[in-house]
Design a binder for this molecule. Structure first.
Ligand code: GRF
Length: 295
């Protein structure tokens, strides 16, 4: 029996991941599964106890081996936890902030998969350490294990994703995915949109532009993602001051601190179905403490 796989556990499932490639399987922690061999392109299993296995194997750039579709729903006091996917390209501090909020019981959701265009970015490493499967997208020369757009949509649909959180993902989201998840994809941007958004406004460039404009306030925006980049409906914003002698780094750090709080609060709201769509198409959040109050 091969032992090339790393096994990590979360509350309900274990992930089995080959550190050399992105192959993984998930199965109930209690299940007895034997692995007979693996190769760079697939995992083969000892054909016993197959009913324990989770629905699929993502193997290199293929999705295959549907085994069992009866994943038990994860419940929190009888309320189904929402399945979240997160897309990350960098350190993933926003992803980690939301994950911590989940672990603290503040968000009725669970990260079931992370998607990245950089297999070794900080966010992907954190996901693996926490038993969260990692999918590479897109397929490029640098990332030959990446999925195609169609396979990405297929993989996410097998994870029964409720919401997708973009958290510093630097590649375009494929139209197929946006169409498959209407009003279900959120992005966080480090300025008060619609100012300083769109093409060319990313990373430090955003904060430099804010400082150069003379704006006295900045802050993060969370918005729904539609087919126009940085243009989807705004869901939440926070204000931070721009100080007279701020550097882009100092302003970025002040904004990022609010990003972490806001993404955790917004994730809590979406997972509790507290997002209400106003008649004019603007999404607003119903307060948990005071259900008559919206922001
Ligand atoms: C954040 O500033 C976010 O607003 C932007 O990308 C950055 C991601 O940072 N979309 P991190 O990877 O979450 O630390």
């Amino acid at each position: 029996m091969e032992t090339l796989f790393r096994v990590a556990s979360n509350s309900l499932f274990s992930s089995v991941q080959n550190p050399q490639n992105q192959t993984f399987l998930r199965f109930p922690t209690s299940g007895a599964v034997q692995f007979s061999s693996n190769s760079k392109n697939w995992v083969s299993l000892n054909p016993q106890k197959f009913d324990y296995l989770q629905p699929f194997v993502v193997s290199q750039n293929r999705v295959s081996a549907c085994v069992n579709n009866d994943e038990k729903e994860s419940l929190n006091n009888g309320v189904r936890k929402k399945n979240l996917a997160v897309f990350v390209s960098g350190g993933g501090s926003n992803f980690r902030a939301v994950h911590l909020a989940i672990l603290n019981g503040d968000v009725n959701g669970q990260f079931v998969v992370l998607v990245t265009n950089k297999h070794d970015c900080g966010g992907a490493r954190y996901a693996r350490e926490n038993g969260i499967p990692v999918i590479i997208y897109p397929n490029t020369k640098n990332e030959p294990d990446g999925l195609s757009s169609n396979d990405l949509v297929a993989a996410l649909s097998m994870y029964k994703i409720d919401f997708i959180l973009l958290a510093g993902y630097q590649k375009l989201i494929p139209t197929e995915l946006i169409r498959a998840y209407p009003n279900s994809i959120l992005n966080i941007h480090p300025s008060l949109l619609p100012a300083f958004g769109g093409k060319g406004y990313y990373g430090k460039k955003v904060h430099k532009a804010v400082i150069a404009s003379g704006a006295r306030y900045s802050g993060p925006t969370i918005h729904f993602v539609d087919e126009n980049y940085d243009m989807g409906r705004i869901l939440a914003q926070r204000i931070v001051p721009v100080l007279a002698n701020d550097t882009a780094e100092e302003l970025a750090a002040r904004v990022l601190c609010q990003e972490h709080k806001m993404y955790a609060e917004v994730a809590a709201a979406v997972c509790e179905d507290r997002v209400i769509w106003r008649e004019d198409g603007v999404p607003i959040i119903r307060s948990k403490a005071n259900p008559n109050h919206y922001s």
